[in-house]
Design a protein around this ligand. Structure first.
Ligand code: AMP
Length: 504
């Protein structure tokens, strides 16, 4: 298999009449899904965009998944972006990517007039979906694809204020889909409820896991995510057999009391990834639904979603660490100490990853790529790429990996990956701000922004300004104006003092 879209050909051949995708508006069989993706691919090829990246700027929908597959049929990688993305951020992505085409909808197209598309063409999903299918053109575009070509570019927060385009190869997704289906024994009776936004790589578990087994993918309506109390009911109504959610959503459901007395006999797999899952809420799930398999999955975007997993096989006390387990198939994990040696069992080291899921790097950013993706220092005799996650971990006495947090300023807030530096860079763009330091207040799970300014800045007004540069989920919950930020002896912002000031 050279392209991940071959999974769609296979599923359509085997399960053509079965429902593949369902959103609030429509339900598509595998055959309809494939035909729509072929139309989109043919339309893109007719625009002459072959092999250039395709930005997909759409609200989450079944049509958006078809657009991903359509880009692949045209031999292009796709870059999914949030339909609420601030235009200044999209501008930075366009500058990084220089895409051939942006796929959008009639409703969103107007927003694009605010930015310079650098020559990229705009294609409306409504028109592309109705383009005549040109199977010969698609076949010849696909024949050019090798499995080390990029399948998608996913933009994550960058510490300097510019999002980083993580570039994943087809092979990463093909192997990942295989691992997902084998590990959780998915088949055509599998029904998944997708929570993750499509610009977040947790969604690849849902999109490619369901596709590879001929199962059904049901998109949870965005509005329902605001009402955790109603989510288990949705799972029951839709006869969902598998979920893969961020812990924040699982915690919200558990805390809402919605699990009390609920019966979900269909649900078999409850997997989670993206941040630490607290045992307290995990235990509530396990008590309410003891027949399910629970899995703690771990991985950053740079290694194709997941590289380690732990199937929860016992109860954990609230304060116990929940392991992230062992490497998935075709992936290997090494823990490196500061001097590049392998950490001994029990010793903390940086979690580094090798294997088919490792990204090709950051799009059009050789310097940051060279820092994060290096030769494996443990295998000097042959070329082997290794990704430095920036996470710290150790091997416990049972030979399982235990996660211990980060080495740097990256945080996770409600499952969203955030570089505090990106917030600071955005804050510096607001008039009147001379310097800024974003601090994560872990106790209250919120971002506090200290700003050096001579004036006063009401939070709401300030955040309205910030929203022009960064997404909603990065906005600070608290703003502390200061005449001068404290500095250390070597003139760096004194973050320790700032953090301490939150404790008082
Ligand atoms: P993202 O690239 O958005 O998937 O974020 C990746 C980061 O999320 C990792 O580098 C970890 O810091 C964190 N993370 C992912 N999965 C887990 C997990 N199961 N437990 C703890 N932290 C996790």
């Amino acid at each position: 298999m050279n392209s991940a879209v071959c999974m769609l050909d296979e599923a359509a051949a085997r399960f053509g009449a079965r429902v593949a995708l369902e959103d609030e508006q429509e339900s598509l069989t595998y055959e309809a899904y494939r035909q729509r993706a072929l139309a989109i691919g043919s339309g893109l090829l007719a625009m002459g965009s072959a092999r250039r990246p395709v930005v997909v700027y759409l609200p989450k929908s079944a049509g958006m998944v078809c657009a991903f597959m359509g880009a692949m049929y045209a031999g292009s990688p796709y870059a999914p972006v949030d339909s609420h993305i601030p235009m200044t951020r999209l501008q930075k992505i366009v500058e990084s990517l220089t895409p051939g085409v942006l796929i959008t909808s009639r409703e969103l197209a107007e927003n694009l007039t605010a930015i310079d598309l650098l020559g990229a063409q705009v294609a409306l999903i409504e028109e592309l979906s109705a383009a005549p299918v040109d199977e010969a053109a698609v076949a010849s575009a696909l024949a050019q694809v090798v499995d080390s070509d990029p399948i998608y570019i996913m933009y994550t927060s960058g510490s300097t204020g510019t999002p980083k385009g993580v570039t994943i190869p087809h092979r990463g997704i093909i192997d990942y889909a295989d691992w997902v289906v084998t590990t959780f024994r998915f088949d055509e009776t599998t029904v998944m409820a997708n929570q993750a936004p499509f610009y977040f790589d947790n969604s690849t578990f849902d999109i490619y896991g369901s596709l590879h087994c001929g199962g059904k993918l049901v998109l949870i309506p965005d509005v329902l995510m605001l009402f955790p109390l109603r989510l288990p009911e949705f799972l029951r109504e839709k006869e969902i057999t598998s979920i893969f959610w961020v812990p924040t959503v699982m915690i919200n459901v558990a805390n809402s009391g919605a699990l009390e007395g609920i019966e979900l006999p269909q649900l078999r797999t409850v997997a989670f990834c993206g941040e630490v899952m607290p045992n307290k809420q995990l235990n509530l799930w396990r008590q309410a639904l003891p027949h399910c398999t629970y899995a703690n999955l771990y991985g950053p975007t740079e290694i194709t979603d997941v590289c380690c997993y732990y199937i929860v096989d016992r109860a954990f006390d609230d304060a116990d660490p929940l392991p992230i387990g062992r490497a998935c198939e075709n992936m290997r994990v090494v823990l490196l100490t500061e001097d590049g040696k392998e950490a001994a069992p029990g010793e903390q080291g940086e979690l580094c990853v090798i294997g088919s899921g490792v990204a090709l790097g950051y799009w059009n950013a050789p310097e940051i790529t060279a820092r994060a993706f290096t030769q494996n220092p443990l295998t000097p005799d042959y070329a082997e790429r290794l990704y430095h996650t920036g996470d710290l971990a150790y091997w416990d006495a049972d030979g399982l990996l235990q996660f211990c947090g980060r080495k740097d300023n990256q945080i996770k807030l409600k499952g969203n990956r955030i570089e505090l530096g990106e917030i600071e860079t955005a804050a510096m763009c607001v008039a009147g701000v001379e310097n800024a330091a974003a601090i994560f207040d872990a106790e209250h799970e919120q971002i506090v922004l200290f700003v050096e300014t001579q004036g006063t800045l009401p939070l709401r007004k300030f955040n309205l300004e910030l929203k022009r540069y960064i997404p909603q989920y990065m906005l600070p919950a608290k703003l502390v104006p200061m005449e001068k930020l404290p500095h250390t002896a070597n003139d760096k912002i004194d973050r320790v003092t700032l953090r301490k000031s939150l404790e008082t």
